[in-house]
Design a protein around this ligand. Sequence first.
Ligand SMILES: Cc1ncc(COP(=O)(O)O)c(C=O)c1O
Length: 398
Amino acid sequence: MSSPDLSYILNELGEDHSLHYGAVSPPIYQTTNFCFRDVAHMREALQHESSIPFYTRGTNPTIDVVRKKLAALEGAEDALLFASGSAAVAAAVMVHLRAGDHVVCVQKPYSWSNKLLNVMLARFGVTTTMIDGTRPEAFAEALQPATKLIFLESPNSTTYELQDLAAVAKLARARGIVTVIDNSTASPLGQQPIALGIDLVVHSATKYIGGHSDAIAGVVCGTHAMMERIFASEFMTLGGVLSPFNAWLLLRGLRTLPLRYERSCRTAERLVAFLETHPGVERVYYPFSETHPQHELARQQMTWAGGQFSVLLRTQAWDAVERFCNTLKRFLLGCSWGGHESLAFPMCTLYDSANYQAVLPFNLVRFYAGLEEPEVLIEDLRRALAAMDAVPQPAKPH
Ligand SMILES: Cc1ncc(COP(=O)(O)O)c(C=O)c1O
């Protein structure tokens, strides 16, 4: 996408200052319902509830602005906003499935997407085959006559495995199978799956789109027809919709998305370069790194690799991993990403979770590069890596 398009989307699309006394920041329509001057207008709104404000579980003017911008950012016709990324994933997946259907899903998706497919939908007679999505032939091998959906997460958020999106889309289209991708790790600026033929794009808008670590939100982008179908089923029935206030926070976040995202990506690149040469590091996972087994595919289908990367520490000692993490000061220990603050998520904290035990080593730490100066973050990593090797000192007597 060229930058004039981006500027238009982020600053103008969906907005009409003349409706709001010239306010450059559209107001938060903090209302549940809307009233009508006569029956004809009320009927019109009710019959087009997904696009004309009638009741805020359907849509609302503040939400509408953000829907238009997010759809345009993904090159989609329409978008629906949800109260969380998980609600968005659930709606985008469930709308296509009934008992007896089969799903193909890539290994190591976000944990709650995994639970949706392998636990919740399994209760209703949907089966899922988990595949190694880095092998393009694995998709065709896993297809069954009952396959209705392929669920993708490229890159995934901790080990950054990719799928060849154009190839998967081509295969799925030829068989009438719907493709859904969780594009949260790349963001709409890092990857444009719809242009590659993917049907539905989902984001945890909590991440880069909101960008300030203050609003949980989700979005599904696709055709008008598909959004109407989701609206009339999962969206209105399950009701996991976004509040007008949180929609406004997304709008505020969108104004600076390119600045924040580019800063985070560039900082991540510098941190990766530092870590790749450090003796305390066994391996760095980052899609654009030359050591990433799919870096050529990453450069082909992504414009940026994002602000996240993971580090396998060169130690087999649990206490060394914990010492490393506990020494970090500028990277906060926490989950998520996409906000102002740099974060470290040690996989050793997951070790009660049976799902992850086999696949993610305890000495792996996922990082997110926030908006701090890169030098400050490099220094933090340098200190923490030095602490990893330090012999623990006995506590001083009081
Ligand atoms: C890749 C991915 N998808 C979806 C979600 C769910 O998003 P939310 O937390 O907004 O529900 C997350 C949350 O961390 C995630 O990491």
